[in-house]
Write a protein that binds this ligand. Structure first.
Ligand code: FAD
Ligand code: NAP
Length: 316
């Protein structure tokens, strides 16, 4: 029996682990991939206050080591569902059920697909969602980057270290990315921009050879030779395992109050899995800290009867 089970080992989950452990809660983090979450797919992090620049995987390892040092357990498995309304909560994983007095959902969000012909077939053969992982395969190659947000522009700029050219294809005539990222991209000699276009097909047999793009107003189509396509068109929340849909908004994000409490007592959420305006490492870590302290107060407030019931269930 754990006090707190945290689902997801990104910055939200790891920060929650640190705060929960320091509040003396017996804490388990369940992570299905690599601890660090999206930070593992980020080259350089330059906006985590107090650290001028750090590699994403290095910050991941540092946060994991901090949680580890405080005695937080990390289990590598996939959460399939949660019985949220029981007390204790029951977290169902591929490796069996785990009980906890409180659960924290910190599962983040997954990169969106374009949904065009060729995308699935050529995934890993020139189509990628991770410049840090795959950029080095595209030395002196032609690279297309799809999207106009922070990820597309930051990762596109990173890809100029490898590619002969990096062509950003965006569906509007204005980028959504932060001004500092835009400035760097516009001043790069290797980067060019195709505005008001969407990708309608990715070509290639064994690997990517080109893409077909379409003008959003005129519908005019053109074909471009490309060796790589990096897709950065946003994210969808990782909440398909949640059956209690009343805690989700229309897009599937987990609704909470300012203290990260959902409408189900003892169930909390933190990080990118919540609806929010600024999805960052620092805001995810902040959510995690708040959620852990809310979980602590929830556990403290469990009445003696509830505690006894929990303890009796544990013995049985
Ligand atoms: P995540 O980091 O997404 O972690 C969630 C974790 O939950 C994942 O590890 C996932 O495997 C796990 N998980 C999901 N479902 C399950 C399940 N069912 N069972 C078990 N585990 C599960 N932010 C910055 O501040 N600075 C930057 O420079 C920056 N660069 C970025 C670059 C890119 C390319 C991207 C995509 C994002 C970047 N961000 C940056 C944003 C930042 O990475 C995210 O806001 C942050 O990682 C969100 O943290 P999180 O813990 O909420 O979710
Ligand atoms: P995002 O901000 O949602 O941007 C997605 C981009 O893709 C937008 O430009 C959007 O166009 C475009 N798009 C969406 N659907 C599309 C489709 N079907 N076809 C073509 N284009 C499509 O996603 P993100 O850039 O991945 O960023 C996610 C979060 O992580 C943000 O909160 C961001 O701030 C954060 N992040 C931060 C950093 C950093 O701080 N350095 C780096 C990366 C990410 P429109 O503009 O027209 O909507």
């Amino acid at each position: 029996m754990y006090d707190l089970v945290v689902i997801g080992g990104g910055p939200a989950g790891l920060s929650a682990g640190v705060y929960a452990a320091r509040a003396n809660l017996k804490t388990l983090i369940i992570e299905k991939g690599l601890p660090g979450g999206q930070m593992q797919n980020t080259m350089e992090v330059e906006n985590y206050t107090g650290i001028k620049t750090i590699l994403g995987p290095e910050l991941s390892e540092s946060m994991r080591a901090h949680a580890d040092y405080l005695g937080v357990e990390i289990k590598m498995t996939d959460v399939a569902s949660i019985d949220m309304k029981s007390q204790p909560k029951v977290v169902q994983t591929s490796d069996g059920d785990i009980e906890a007095k409180a659960v924290l959902i910190a599962t983040g969000a997954a990169p969106r697909k374009l949904g065009v012909p060729g995308e699935d077939k050529l995934s890993g053969r020139g189509v990628s969602w991770c410049a840090v992982c795959d950029g080095a395969f595209f030395k002196n190659k032609k690279i297309a980057v799809i999207g106009g947000g922070d990820s597309a522009i930051e990762e596109g700029t990173f890809l100029t270290r490898f590619g002969e050219s990096v062509t950003v294809i965006h569906r509007r005539d204005k980028l959504r990315a932060q001004p500092i990222l835009q400035q760097r991209a516009f001043s790069s000699e290797k980067m060019d921009f195709i505005w008001n276009h969407t990708v309608v097909e990715i070509f290639g047999e064994k690997k990517v050879t080109g893409i077909k793009i379409k003008h959003v107003d005129t519908g005019e189509e053109q074909t471009l030779d490309m060796d790589g396509v990096f897709i950065y068109i946003g994210f969808d929340p990782m909440t398909s395992f949640i059956t209690d849909k009343e805690i989700l908004d229309a897009e599937g994000y987990v609704l909470t109050d300012d203290d990260m409490r959902t409408s189900i007592p003892g169930v909390f959420a933190a990080g990118d899995v919540r609806p929010k305006g600024l999805r960052q490492i620092i805001t995810a870590a902040s959510d995690g800290a708040i959620a852990a302290m809310s979980a602590y107060h929830f556990i403290e407030s469990l009445s003696d009867t509830e505690r006894e019931a929990v303890s009796a269930q544990t013995k049985n």
